[in-house]
Design a protein around this ligand. Structure first.
Ligand code: ASP
Length: 365
């Protein structure tokens, strides 16, 4: 239970549709999907279930890269990654490279829930299940199994055909830059804080277009795609998007969680700046990547005058990040959504002129 006295009974939820390059043409559809996901999340009172519900809605949307409409692998198939974490217990579940499961986040949550069950032989429960084993587990847990090809959307198929042809045609160097902007985007995620003071975070992704079959990204990896912890003195829940390989290498979600845990009067803006620049952008840049991509949706519980206050932050290195948020507080239940755009004068390619764009959003006000 929360030691402080504000927020009791209120659920706060925020969802994202990835950091990347959202076009003005997809804007309406993406914002609409994000608002629907927040509305669905408000139908429950628990943070963990709010996160699962919010993400499930986004997985069913064709315009986002998770569940139905996921980017296709090099072999033209859908392979999904997802994870969910409970800030109260530290329990975690994730799945990777799974085909034919309608809602990957429900499967990740089933892995988490299974880790709470007593095993008669005392076997160690898994944190992560992948591929066919994960699909068999989904069937055992009575989750919805569907023909793998039914997760392939017409748009994903068209993108795949276009870029696979270019990949197969030798020497098309000019396509490189454009590919980056379509290959990576629209991973989804959510964070929540409920009336009992519990926090949770989750993430779900179809991964990078033309990825190797069997490849997993940050959305399947512990400490990378989502993180949540809480105490009487505060708490945090974050959901990450961007280039999986770089995010996993820097264990971005956990690094952010650890950095926010340290001093009591931690300045969240400074921590976001420090972790994203010093622990993510600079080391990856030094390895030769000109513009390392990542986006963070962060919900914190701050204690101010004995009262627990929600604060919502969004930070990203890309051009845009799509988000929405809502609270169950009367007058605040109608979700607000936007495609946040990096101001024109900040350059993603320069460390001096910060590569990270950070903004605070007025949740629960
Ligand atoms: N984060 C995803 C991955 O690397 C890709 C994306 O953002 O769409 O698996």
């Amino acid at each position: 239970m929360d030691g402080a006295n504000i927020g009791h009974g209120v659920l706060h939820v925020a969802a994202h549709g990835g950091a990347g390059y959202h076009s003005h043409t997809s804007e309406r559809e993406v914002k609409h999907a994000l608002r629907r996901s927040c509305r669905e999340a408000l139908k429950t009172t628990s943070a963990l279930s709010a996160v699962e519900r919010a993400i499930s809605v986004l997985e069913d949307e064709e315009c986002l890269n998770a569940g139905y409409g996921s980017n296709l692998t090099i072999d033209g198939t859908v392979e999904c990654d997802a994870a969910i974490m409970d800030g109260q217990t530290g329990d975690f579940g994730s799945i990777g490279a799974v085909s034919g499961v309608k809602n990957p986040v429900k499967l990740a949550n089933a892995v988490l829930q299974a880790s709470r069950r007593r095993d008669q032989l005392g076997r160690i429960p898994p944190l992560t299940l992948v591929s066919e084993g994960a699909r068999l587990f989904a069937a055992k847990e009575n989750l919805e199994i569907i023909p793998p090809e039914s997760l392939v959307s017409a748009k994903a198929k068209k993108d795949w055909e276009k870029w696979k042809t270019r990949l197969d045609s030798e020497g098309d160097e000019s396509a490189k830059e454009k590919f980056t902007s379509v290959a990576l985007q629209d991973t989804v995620g959510a964070v929540a804080w409920d009336g009992e003071g519990n926090m949770a975070a989750g993430v779900s992704s179809g991964g990078i277009l033309l990825k190797y079959s069997g490849r997993i990204g940050e959305a399947a990896t512990f400490g990378s795609g989502c993180w949540a912890h809480q105490s009487e003195d505060g708490g945090m829940a974050c959901s990450i998007t961007g280039t999986g390989e770089y995010i996993v290498r820097t264990m971005l979600a956990r690094s952010l969680g650890e950095a926010l845990r340290k001093p009591a009067d931690v300045d969240t803006h400074e921590v976001l700046q420090q972790v994203l620049v010093d622990q993510f952008w600079v080391p990856i840049h030094e390895r030769g990547e000109p513009t390392p991509n990542a986006g963070v949706l962060l919900l914190t519980k701050e204690i101010d005058d004995g009262q627990a206050i929600p604060r919502l932050w969004c930070a990203f290195t890309t051009e845009t990040m799509a988000i929405a948020y809502a609270s169950s507080e009367p007058g605040d239940t109608s979700p607000k959504s936007s495609i946040l755009r990096r101001p024109k004068n900040s350059h993603a390619g320069s460390v001096t002129n910060s590569p990270i764009y950070i903004t605070a959003l007025p949740i629960g006000k």
